[in-house]
Write a protein that binds this ligand. Structure first.
Ligand SMILES: NC(=O)c1ccc[n+]([C@@H]2O[C@H](COP(=O)([O-])OP(=O)(O)OC[C@H]3O[C@@H](n4cnc5c(N)ncnc54)[C@H](OP(=O)(O)O)[C@@H]3O)[C@@H](O)[C@H]2O)c1
Length: 304
């Protein structure tokens, strides 16, 4: 059923997507996507969560990886207040500021540190969201956050209050576009009553399709879908998937990423790595072309 979703006919219907062409039975997914309909990025992004910020030697290695990502053409990087309580945002600014014009760094807010050093809690109180936005602006050294995502919806606070805080920040020019993370179809619909949602970041991969309905809702509205944990499961891949990857001259990770890029034109994977070699391997996955037959074979292997 889902193969129909990536047919050329469907792709053309989506105004926000540059359409690829079919060649020799291989599908050619678009390499770019327009977030919010007007902000073009390459679909294969980078998740910065795995970049260590201490000790200093590890931080320097992380800076090298972040710069390498941009040198390799990645222009969508995901971070969050949660990652090192702002240290990851600072790391990206130290590595990449002044930013190349086409680079979009997206951050996430809405999680705070609890009493214990490693304890965290979801916190969507409007004053907390406003404070985290202000700190992100300072740490990222920007006047406006191009895409701000609510890391988790706080079930103790009315959703309209949380979305209202983000809309206020948008109206104040502190935030350009708004996204959500780990939401249901209903929550997405409810949030869209208050603000325009440009992205959704839910856990999703070849091996984890729990959020298929959310992906479909994003496709219907041309909302960017950023699957988190897109490749980690691939390391212990099904033996048949490993064999298929090797038949294609690819690694499991590359096949997982290529599958995501073929799965839907609204998918923007953000694989994370602290390794230059893995980063290069992941970037190369964007060139892996899969045929409709291969995609069907993957479905059969995964469900067997
Ligand atoms: N919204 C949310 O709630 C949420 C939650 C978690 C993460 N995220 C975001 O999503 C991004 C990705 O998620 P994730 O880091 O959890 O999962 P992931 O990208 O699926 O997996 C990262 C893991 O895979 C390894 N890896 C990456 N490329 C590899 C390759 N080519 N070959 C072998 N191993 C490879 C990495 O190890 P090496 O470092 O050794 O390469 C790392 O252990 C994060 O960076 C973060 O920005 C969002």
């Amino acid at each position: 059923m889902w193969l129909n979703l990536i047919s050329d006919q469907d792709l053309r219907r989506k105004a926000a997507v540059t359409v690829g062409a079919r060649a020799k039975g291989y599908l050619m997914p678009s390499s770019t996507f327009f977030i919010g309909g007007d902000r073009r990025v390459r679909r294969l992004g980078f998740g910065a969560m795995r970049l260590a910020t201490s000790p200093e030697s590890a931080r320097e290695a992380s800076i090298t990886v972040a710069r390498h990502a941009v040198e390799r053409g990645i222009n969508l990087i995901d971070t969050a207040h949660l990652y090192g309580w702002g240290a990851n945002e600072e790391l990206l600014a130290d590595a990449l500021h002044p930013y190349p014009e086409d680079l979009l760094i997206t951050t996430k807010i809405g999680i705070t540190r609890s009493s214990g050093a490693d304890e965290m809690s979801i916190n969507g109180r409007p004053e907390v969201l406003h404070a985290q936005i202000d700190r992100a602006l300072t740490r990222l050294k920007v006047d406006s956050i191009e895409l701000l995502q609510l890391h988790r919806i706080d079930s103790d606070i009315p959703l309209s209050d949380q979305m209202g805080a983000l809309r206020q920040a948008q109206e104040a020019g502190k935030v350009a576009k708004i996204g959500l993370s780990e939401v249901t179809v209903d929550q997405l619909a409810q949030a869209r009553q208050t603000v325009e949602i440009a992205s959704v970041q839910n856990r999703y991969s070849m091996f984890d399709r729990t959020h298929e309905p959310v992906l479909e809702a994003c496709e219907a509205a041309a909302i960017a879908f950023l699957p988190w944990r897109p490749v980690a499961e691939a390391s212990g891949a099904h033996a048949d998937i490993t064999a298929l990857a090797s038949e294609l001259g690819a690694t499991n990770t590359q096949l997982s990423l290529a599958w995501l890029l073929h799965r839907s034109p609204v998918i923007l994977p953000i694989p994370g790595t602290s390794s230059i070699a893995h980063l290069d391997e992941n970037v190369a996955a964007a060139d892996l072309r899969l045929s409709a037959e291969t995609l069907e074979r993957i479905e059969r292997l995964i469900s067997s």
